[in-house]
Design a protein around this ligand. Structure first.
Ligand code: ZN
Length: 243
């Protein structure tokens, strides 16, 4: 539960403006892949399942498994050609590992039994400037495959209920397959409700609300059962259900 007006509770059904990610993480993640941030014990990735997204990230319907695509050669090395025509690089031309390389190395360490899996906090883009937090995942595999005539990296991430730097997902999210709202549904609902609370039009701390609660059999997979609520209306509703 949020403790102050400005705080975010990192619930998986909450919409987070981009500037708030900076507040939560202590820096502004501008790249999609951020291996081992500063003094922290985890990495951060930004993903999108929108049709026009630059990379082909996928998340399973229950929200527990992500196949995350590696990232392209930096534009400055592409000599005005489309970065999508180059193999994704494991190292930059000066020999330093790219983020792809760092994630691959971590996945090998894990597969070879040398290290625990890398923990990754995942943010998913809903609209420009609007994100959701998908939880903390473990990096369990990494490989290369052909895609559109070139090689890309793929990383397999599994949702974890372990506590990572003070954050632990509500275990109900793991128990109930129906609880997490798929990214495509989130995007559809956000657009349909025009990024505002359907009751009062506020844009303050928006949450995805199940019209029929998942505990009463309401689905997360159909946009018709999901709507946008501001913090006030979201809390009002949970108070009522609690009593
Ligand atoms: Zn409202």
């Amino acid at each position: 539960m949020p403790t102050s007006e400005s705080s975010y509770d990192e619930s998986v059904n909450e919409i987070i403006p981009y500037r708030k990610i900076e507040e939560i993480e202590g820096f502004r993640p501008e790249r999609g892949m951020n291996f081992k941030i500063k003094d922290k014990n985890y990495s951060i990735v930004l993903m999108s399942v929108a049709k026009n997204a630059p990379y082909k990230d996928k998340i399973s319907e229950d929200g527990k498994e992500i196949i995350y695509e590696g990232h392209n050669l930096n534009k400055r090395y592409c000599k005005n050609k489309d970065p999508n025509t180059f193999d994704q690089p494991i190292a930059s031309p000066n020999g330093k590992l790219t983020e792809n390389g760092k994630f691959m190395k971590a996945s090998h360490f894990f597969k070879d039994g040398l290290k625990d899996p890398e923990k990754i906090r995942v943010y998913q883009k809903i609209k420009p400037g609007m994100w959701t937090f998908n939880g903390v995942f473990k990096l369990v595999d990494g490989w290369e495959e052909k895609s559109g005539g070139r090689m890309v990296f793929k990383f397999k991430l599994l949702l974890t209920d372990e506590k990572v730097d003070g954050y632990q997902i509500n275990k109900d999210n793991l128990k109930e397959d129906n609880r997490i709202i798929p990214g495509e549904v989130q995007i559809e609902v956000f657009n349909r409700d025009k990024g505002k609370c359907v009751k009062c039009g506020s844009t303050d701390h928006l949450h995805y609300d199940h019209i029929i609660p998942f505990s009463k059999g309401g689905t997360s997979k159909d946009a018709k059962n999901i709507r946008l609520y501001c913090r006030r209306h979201n809390l009002e509703k949970s108070d009522k259900i609690g009593k």
